[in-house]
Design a protein around this ligand. Structure first.
Ligand SMILES: [Zn+2]
Length: 157
């Protein structure tokens, strides 16, 4: 994605801006990122900013985040990048459907740090527990479709 500024981010989160703790935008690997995702220091919220394929505008969504800690090894797969984690690599993220005042939420199990773009490109160790032979462009496309489908259902695209 193209680099974004703090001012653009604040605008993207407009209504929810008071809940947003901005990330450090310096030194991010923008060319390898399909979206900007980060987690609140408390771990209870996640943030997602991406360019809407429908309007071309940067849109922001605040996500509720809950850990799914397990003491036993358990394979967990991210719904976006399909990275398979061995243990405690995922979290449940939910987004409120716009217009329902938070009464209706849609949840997904995702990489706990929202770093799917980098995992997809094998830039973070450890690699997926289950390797995929699908080429990178197809995996990126599949992930974008998953993100768009989720946000569209929540009226947030
Ligand atoms: Zn992921």
């Amino acid at each position: 994605m193209e680099p974004v500024t703090e001012a653009e981010l604040i605008r993207a989160f407009c209504e929810e801006a008071e809940h947003v703790v901005l990330p450090d935008l310096n030194g991010l690997p923008w060319p390898e990122m399909d979206y900007l995702g980060w987690v609140h220091p408390s771990g209870r919220l996640g943030y997602l900013a991406l360019v809407s394929p429908e309007t071309g505008a940067l849109t922001g969504s605040v996500l509720n985040r809950s850990g799914m800690r397990s003491t036993r090894p358990r394979l967990e797969m991210c719904s976006w990048c399909r990275h398979v984690h061995n243990r405690n690599g995922t979290a449940m993220f939910s987004v409120s459907v716009k217009g329902t005042r938070g009464r209706h939420r849609l949840g997904q199990v995702l990489c706990k740090d929202l770093d799917c773009s980098l995992r997809l490109r094998n830039l973070i160790e450890p690699r997926s527990y289950m390797g995929e032979t699908l080429y990178l462009e197809a995996r990126v496309w599949r992930m974008q479709m998953s993100i768009h489908r989720w946000l569209r259902k929540a009226n947030r695209l």
